[in-house]
Design a binder for this molecule. Structure first.
Ligand code: IPD
Length: 273
């Protein structure tokens, strides 16, 4: 098995480096797919910095980056070594200075994620995992809560960027049905990557979401698995990184309990297949 540890260390060093200047910059905000889907020049700037630094060191590697895809690049995952990048996960938080913003970097080979890095910049928390080698936050090993009883669960989800009637009614009725189970509570932090790292670090027991993208969760899905959690499709079936649907949980039982009550609204796959 190839050891991608050096690539991981390089990814960690550039994730930390680029935020130092970027977060001080003036925010110039534009819209993408909806009035709630924001992008700033910082998102684009950070992605360019990350990609050019990686390209210089690994010229043959491929990229799937949120802003490159927005600019027309193809988001199809091949067997080639591929970096999957969200330069700012939590752009709306970033614009409003709500203090949860992350850089998410995953690295996949043969369509399998080899390592994931989520740097929650404002908290200065560096989450990372390498396949088969565990998950860590600031070098401290992570374990999920292991909770089995859904009635004791704290669940995170996201409101997302869709504002059409079907998406909004599905989203709110999912929250209603979960609260009626009942569960302990629902939270939304505003960054899918950090939501999943909260599951990995036992701050929450589960996360579910429809509509996020592969770059939001590629890194944190590995972090959850390596911390002992489970990652499934929203239906409870096999997780598909490109499907824009996920449940991450402390245990199979909690994941199944969520899959039984939540429904998905239709959304186009990232790879368009
Ligand atoms: C968004 C965040 C948010 C989620 C959206 C994502 P971005 O990513 O992860 O929590 O609800 O679906 O698009 O645009 O800030 O990178």
């Amino acid at each position: 098995m190839a050891d991608w540890g050096k690539c991981l260390d390089f990814g960690v060093s550039i994730a930390r480096q680029v935020v130092l200047d970027a977060f001080e910059a003036q925010k110039v905000v534009s819209l993408k797919t909806s009035p709630a889907d924001l992008v700033t020049e910082t998102d684009q700037g950070v992605e360019n910095l990350l990609i050019s630094a990686i390209k210089e060191k690994y010229p043959t590697h491929k990229f799937i980056g949120e802003e490159s895809v927005a600019a027309g690049a193809s988001p199809v995952l091949t067997d080639s070594p591929t970096w999957i990048i969200d330069p700012i996960d939590g752009t709306t938080n970033f614009v409003h200075r709500f203090p949860f913003v992350a850089i998410s970097i995953a690295f996949a080979v043969n369509k399998q994620t080899e390592f994931g890095i989520v740097y929650s910049c404002m908290e200065d928390k560096l989450y990372r995992a390498q396949r088969g080698k565990g998950a860590f936050c600031n070098d401290i090993p992570l374990r999920t809560s292991g909770l089995e009883d859904i009635t004791k669960a704290l669940v995170v989800t996201e409101i997302g960027t869709e504002r059409d009637d079907l998406s909004l009614s599905t989203l709110t009725s999912n929250i209603y049905r979960l609260l009626k189970i009942p569960i302990h509570g629902i939270r939304a932090v505003g960054t899918a990557a950090v939501d999943m790292c909260l599951v990995a670090s036992a701050g929450a027991d589960a996360y579910y979401h429809v509509g996020m993208h592969c770059w939001d969760i590629a890194a944190s899905a590995l972090i959850v698995s390596e911390a002992g959690g489970v990652v499934h499709d929203i239906s409870g079936g096999k997780f598909d990184l490109m499907s824009r649907r996920v449940i991450a949980a402390s245990s199979r039982t909690v994941a199944r309990g969520i899959a039984q009550v939540v429904e998905a609204f239709p959304c186009e796959r990232d790879d368009g297949l």
